[in-house]
Structure formats: structure tokens, C-alpha cells
Design a protein around this ligand. Structure first.
Ligand code: A3P
Ligand code: MG
Length: 359
């Protein structure tokens, strides 16, 4: 006898259970079929539904899953970057001028990489804020599904899920860093990058080099597949600087560290952060410090900032302020990036750019 005097017929209960099982089977087989068709083909479907998004409810997102999708996005974007460069049809355009009057370039490599990277992340994490360097064409949407697989190297380092509220997350995408150098066919400088910030703090970063197929990733308090070198020259550092947006950086570096200092001009903020690390890629130059003095955007620097932070290094403005990865796109105060050095002592050594007019 059921409570309140209601009698349950055993046949009714059995029919109800069978119906429930049927509904569950239907849902689950659809989900599996989606996955199988996606990965059986080894590519992305043009649309339709497979696995559910990782954070469909806008509640929590798992940073370990976000790292897996970020790596995949950087690699998929990188494939587009490589394909366009190899076709030699770049459709190069100027988006306008930088504050210093240089052309702000864009190519088909930027656009197609952006489309892959943005929609892969957006489909997996529909409720998170994604800021990207390039315009996303809403009329040219693509559903790109993630197989919910976390690669072994990530599982080995990041052993537990790390959930955070979806609304605390801001993702920054740079679909093609070093566009200027890309147009000059200086391939080694080119990277694709993804960064995840939580409450404005950079917590995970991915920098991928499409032409050498090297990927560096790191998560603050999580793990990494890259590390710092064993030693750095703090006294007469080799300093990596911009080759196409340099401003007065050489003067600042020589004034601060003396004329013996080696200046390495290089393209791409991602490439310059990798120059500070122990990177096996043969095309990668090595440096002790990265300094930038002109205006720069957060998608250019967030991934490098997260990786440095995860490895115990620092990226700040030239006056030592931490950079917040929410709100506005750009930062005004220049950049100083270091690892295994006394970062605050370096900040004290640098001249005040406002006063010296070296900006
Ligand atoms: N003054 C400036 N204004 C706008 N963007 C700048 C800039 N200085 C550097 N950047 C951007 O920061 C990235 C690294 O610059 P650099 O190679 O000169 O060090 C490049 O990104 P993109 O190639 O993604 O546009 C570049 O466009
Ligand atoms: Mg960039």
C-alpha cells in the first residue's frame, strides 16, 4: 500500500519504468552516435548535435576541460594558419593603423583560424565570455564539437577537475600572433594562443607554433608541459623585443642594462614569451627578458602571462602592476616579462617612461 491510500499497480510501475528506460536509451544512443560519427570520420561535422556542451547550464566550468579545448583550438586554428600560408593566397588587408601609425594587418589565416578557434570554444562553453582579436561573423557560424577527451599529458599533470563559476571566466583568443611576420613569410614567429582568466587573473595559457607543431600549455596551480630554463643572466640580460612595434624599446633596454646588453628583435608576443622558457623547438631563440613599451592588446599577452605565472615567473606593466584580463582590450603601461629573476628589482631599475618620454 502506497502512502495516502493510493494503490500502485505492479503492471503500471513496470510500464512506467520501461518508458523511462526507453527515453534514457534514446537520449544516450543519440549522444554516442554523435560522438562516433564525429570521431569515426576524424573531423568535425558541419553541424548538428553530438556531445552536450561542457557547461550548458551557465553554472560551473571545469578548467581542466577548458585547457583540453584550448589546446585543441590552438592546434585547429594553427592548421588553418599553415594551410593559408602554404597556399600563398593570404588576402592581406589593413584593419587600420596602430597608435604609432603601423598597418594593423589581417589575412585569411587570421580569419579562418579565428573561426575554428572561436566556435570550438563557444560550442564547448556557450556560457563563457570569449574575447578575440578578429571579428566573428555571426552569419558564418560553425558548430565544432569537442569529443570530451582530455589528453593524457594534461590528465597526468592536472589530476583533478577544477571547477569555477562560468561567469568568472574570460577567454582571450589570438588566432594568429605575429601577423606582420606571417605576411613576410617569417614563419617561426607565428603562434596561435588561448588564455583563460578567472576574475581577471590569467590562470591557463596555450601557445602553439603551427609551423613547428609545438604547443606549450600551463595552468596556475595545475601543471604544465613546459618549464623554465635552469639559469638566466640578470646582470647583462639578452632582451627580446618587438621587431615591428618597437617604439623606443632599444633605448630603454640599453639605458637600463648598459651597452653590453644583447637586443633580440623578434615578432609575436607568444614567440617572445617562449624565448624565456626551455623550449625544444630548434627555430626558437632564447632570451632572459621580454620588454615591450608601446600599447598592446590583452589577447597578445594573456596566454604568455598565464604560462609565466604558472611557472613562477611574472608579466607586469613596466611599473610592476599586474594586468587584469577583463574589461578593456588594451594595456597602456608597457610590459616586462621575466622568470627566475627578482622581478620587482628589475622594475625599480627601469626608467619611468612617462617622465623620460620613451613611450
Ligand atoms: N603598439 C601596438 N599597437 C597594437 N598592437 C600591437 C602594438 N604592439 C604590438 N602589438 C601587437 O602585439 C603582437 C606582438 O607584437 P610584436 O610582434 O610587435 O611584438 C602583435 O599581434 P598580432 O600579430 O596578433 O596583431 C602586434 O600586432
Ligand atoms: Mg597577437
Amino acid at each position: 500500500m502506497a502512502p495516502m491510500g493510493i494503490r500502485l499497480s505492479p503492471l503500471g510501475v513496470a510500464v512506467f519504468c520501461l518508458l523511462g528506460l526507453g527515453v534514457l536509451y534514446h537520449l544516450y544512443s543519440g549522444f554516442l552516435a554523435g560522438r562516433i560519427s564525429l570521431f569515426g570520420l576524424g573531423g568535425e561535422p558541419a553541424g548538428g548535435a553530438a556531445g552536450p556542451p561542457a557547461a550548458a547550464d551557465g553554472g560551473a566550468v571545469d578548467l581542466r576541460e577548458m585547457l583540453a579545448v584550448s589546446v585543441l583550438a590552438a592546434v585547429r586554428g594553427g592548421n588553418e594558419v599553415r594551410r593559408v600560408r602554404e597556399s600563398n593566397v593570404l588576402h592581406e588587408k589593413s584593419k587600420g593603423k596602430t597608435r604609432e601609425g603601423a598597418d594593423d594587418k589581417m589575412t585569411s589565416g587570421d580569419v579562418l583560424s579565428n573561426r575554428k578557434m572561436f566556435y570550438l570554444l563557444k560550442t564547448a562553453f556557450p556560457s563563457v565570455q570569449i574575447n578575440t582579436e578578429e571579428h566573428v561573423d555571426a552569419a558564418d557560424q560553425e558548430v565544432i564539437l569537442w569529443d570530451h577527451k582530455i589528453p593524457d599529458d594534461i590528465l597526468k599533470e592536472v589530476t583533478t577537475p577544477k571547477e569555477v563559476p562560468a561567469e568568472s571566466v574570460t577567454v582571450w583568443i589570438d588566432p594568429l600572433d605575429a601577423t606582420q611576420e606571417y605576411t613576410e613569410d617569417l614563419r617561426k614567429y607565428v603562434t596561435t594562443m588561448v588564455c583563460v582568466a578567472v576574475n581577471g587573473k590569467p590562470v591557463l595559457g596555450v601557445i602553439h607554433k603551427p609551423f613547428s607543431e609545438y604547443t606549450a600549455w600551463a595552468m596556475v596551480d595545475g601543471g604544465s608541459n613546459v618549464k623554465a630554463r635552469s639559469s638566466y643572466n640578470e646582470k647583462t640580460p639578452r632582451i627580446v623585443v618587438s621587431r615591428s612595434h618597437s617604439g623606443m624599446v632599444k633605448q630603454v633596454a640599453l639605458q637600463t642594462f648598459g651597452n653590453q646588453t644583447t637586443i633580440i628583435p623578434a615578432g609575436g608576443a607568444g614567440y617572445k614569451v617562449l624565448a624565456l622558457l626551455d623550449v625544444p623547438d630548434k627555430s626558437q631563440e632564447k632570451a632572459d627578458l621580454y620588454i615591450h613599451v608601446t600599447y598592446i592588446k590583452k589577447w597578445d599577452i594573456c596566454a604568455g602571462n598565464a604560462i609565466l605565472k604558472a611557472l613562477g615567473g611574472h608579466m607586469t606593466t613596466l611599473s610592476g602592476e599586474e594586468i587584469s584580463y577583463t574589461g578593456s582590450d588594451g594595456i597602456e603601461g608597457g610590459l616586462l616579462a621575466s622568470i627566475r629573476m627578482n622581478h620587482q628589482a628589475l622594475v625599480r631599475k627601469l626608467p619611468d617612461l612617462e617622465k623620460t618620454g620613451h613611450k
